[in-house]
Every structure is written in structure tokens, then in C-alpha cells.
Design a protein around this ligand. Structure first.
Ligand SMILES: Nc1ncnc2c1ncn2[C@@H]1O[C@H](COP(=O)(O)OP(=O)(O)O)[C@@H](O)[C@H]1O
Ligand SMILES: [Mg+2]
Length: 303
């Protein structure tokens, strides 16, 4: 029996914990994903994103906490939930010996899709793989395989889709292709939970971003709101030799400003040209960015 709750949030997690031995992969996670929106779960490697995804699909079982997907309670009703969601895993686990089409047919049967030929055609079209349908999966390029994973995860036309690092390791050009496919899903009103450690990906695709680190959500909001809240309006970048950068960071510290290394420069976040006179006139002022937020909140370098 589905819980008697409104489905405005197809995903609801409350105070969820999951450890592997002494590692707390998910550490008191609260997360809800409103229907029809794309939530970007943005966090560095090891933040607990994939574990969260696996808890949602029933591939892993939480130690404690409340988990609800599409009105189904997990892990008890994970089979029912799983049947109605689409999953695109981080790791490529395609069957390489058989054709693209055959792979999709197998998935369609697993999901008990009624009209299999129609579902296969639709998935091929969505992944722009119609002209490769007869090819064996191991003849596909990396980008095509990733599109194929998407097609397979969406074979039953689910309303809720989980994308775990959909473009990790892909060339920028191929990444853009995948983004177009994800945009398609969004414009069809699907609910998407997408994990990523690429800031640009979250910024480009997500309506709302949840920044995850050490198994928790540490900030949540629209990309532009997160920037305003945590990094203000302007960031000053000061270039110089390492000694000078160390000195500038110390000055920033003394003024209570947060700074971070940014390639050959130091980025000073939340600075004000008039008030913070230690910032040299040659500093480059730019709009504060989500990258500033990410680095400040997670302490990790951006990718
Ligand atoms: N099956 C597992 N066994 C042991 N440790 C795991 C397992 N899965 C994940 N972890 C650990 O849990 C933490 C979170 O991992 P993961 O959820 O994969 O993070 P992310 O997807 O954000 O990179 C990491 O420290 C990882 O090494
Ligand atoms: Mg992961």
C-alpha cells in the first residue's frame, strides 16, 4: 500500500544514515525532490551521492531513517518504487555482446513494458541511437554508450529519473550532448535527481541544487540564490607569485574574508572594493560564482 501522502515530492528522505564499517557514507541526510523539478546533488567524490542513489533504488538498505519514493516506503516497498523509476547508474553495466536494440528489449521485458517495439523505438529516438540499433554495444563510442545507458534506464518511460554522475569522464563535447538529452527530460515534466561533482553541470541543468559533503546536505537552493547567500556579489582575484598570494590570503583572513586558491590567483570571496582596501588595484573583479560556493562549503577544488 502506498502511503497516504501527497506526491508533490516523489522523493523524501529524512534523517537517513548508512555506514560501511566505520565509514559513514550517508550521515543524517534530509532531502526532498519536488515533482517536475531537476534537483542537482552536487558534491565532491566520496560525499555519499552514489550511496544515496543506491538507497533510493533499494540496492542498498539504510541503517536508519525514513525513505519514501513515489509514495512507497523503503526498503519495504522498494520493488514497487523501483518499477516506476528510471535509473541511470554511474558505472556502465551494459551487456556488450548483444545489439543496442536487444539490450533495450531485455530491459523492456524486465520492466514488463506492454508495447516493447514502441518502447524500444522511443528510447532509441530519445538517445539519438536509432541508426545504431543493430550495432553491438562494444562497437559504440563512450558517448554513445552513455546515451545507451540513458535509453535503457528510461525504457519504461518513468516519471522519476535518477541520474548518477551522467557525464563523468566524458569529453566536454559529448557532455553537451548528454545535457541536451537531460534537458529534453526536464521539458517533458519528469522529476530528476541528478548527482554530479561538476559544478557547471549542476548550474546548467538543475532547478535546485543540494550541496552534499560527508553524507549530509550542507546547502540547498537555486544556483543564483546559493551564490548570493554564500559568496555575495563580487569576487576579487589577485594574481602574483606564491609569496604574494600567501600574503594576500593572510590579509583576507585578518579582514574576516574567505579566500581560496584559484589557479595562479587567490580568489577573495565576498569582498567589497571600497571597504576592503587591502585588495590591490590590479585585482580582477568578477561576479561571484557557484564554484566559489562549492569550494568554500566543501573545501574541495572544483572540477
Ligand atoms: N560498498 C561500499 N563499501 C565500503 N565503502 C563504501 C561502499 N560504497 C561507498 N563507500 C564509501 O562511502 C563513501 C561515499 O561513497 P559514494 O556514495 O560512492 O560517494 P560519491 O558517489 O559521492 O562519490 C566513500 O567514502 C566510499 O568509499
Ligand atoms: Mg558516485
Amino acid at each position: 500500500m502506498p502511503l497516504d501522502l501527497p506526491l508533490e515530492c516523489p522523493i523524501r528522505l529524512s534523517n537517513v544514515f548508512k555506514s560501511f564499517g566505520s565509514i559513514r557514507a550517508v550521515d543524517g541526510l534530509d532531502l526532498d525532490v519536488p515533482a517536475g523539478s531537476c534537483l542537482g546533488l552536487l558534491g565532491p567524490n566520496g560525499a555519499g551521492k552514489s550511496t544515496t542513489m543506491r538507497l533510493l533504488t533499494g540496492q542498498a538498505i539504510a541503517d536508519s531513517g525514513d525513505l519514501e519514493v513515489l509514495g512507497f516506503e523503503l526498503p519495504k516497498q522498494s520493488k514497487s518504487a523501483r518499477a516506476r523509476m528510471g535509473l541511470v547508474p554511474q558505472l556502465d553495466n551494459l551487456d556488450v555482446d548483444v545489439s543496442v536494440e536487444e539490450n533495450l528489449k531485455v530491459s523492456a521485458r524486465l520492466y514488463r513494458v506492454k508495447d516493447i517495439p514502441a518502447a524500444v523505438d522511443r528510447a532509441l529516438d530519445l538517445a539519438r541511437l536509432t541508426d545504431r540499433r543493430k550495432d553491438a554495444v562494444d562497437e559504440l563510442s563512450g558517448g554513445m554508450r552513455r546515451r545507451m545507458l540513458l535509453a535503457r534506464g528510461l525504457i519504461h518511460d518513468p516519471d522519476l529519473i535518477l541520474l548518477d554522475e551522467p557525464t563523468v569522464g566524458l569529453d566536454p563535447q559529448i557532455r553537451t550532448q548528454i545535457w541536451t538529452l537531460i534537458d529534453d527530460l526536464r521539458s517533458r515534466g519528469k522529476t530528476v535527481l541528478m548527482s554530479t561533482h561538476y559544478i557547471e553541470e549542476a548550474e546548467r541543468l538543475a532547478d535546485d541544487i543540494a550541496v552534499m559533503a560527508h553524507g549530509k546536505i550542507i546547502a540547498r537552493g537555486k544556483p543564483s540564490d546559493l551564490v548570493t547567500e554564500f559568496a555575495g556579489e563580487l569576487t576579487a582575484e589577485v594574481y602574483g607569485p606564491p609569496d604574494r598570494l600567501t600574503e594576500v590570503r593572510a590579509l583576507a583572513d585578518a579582514e574576516g574574508l574567505r579566500s581560496r586558491p584559484a589557479g595562479p590567483a587567490v580568489a577573495i570571496v565576498g569582498a567589497d572594493r571600497d571597504r576592503h582596501t587591502f585588495i590591490p588595484p590590479e585585482a580582477v573583479w568578477r561576479a561571484a560564482s557557484l564554484e566559489d560556493v562549492f569550494v568554500l562549503l566543501t573545501g574541495e577544488e572544483a572540477e
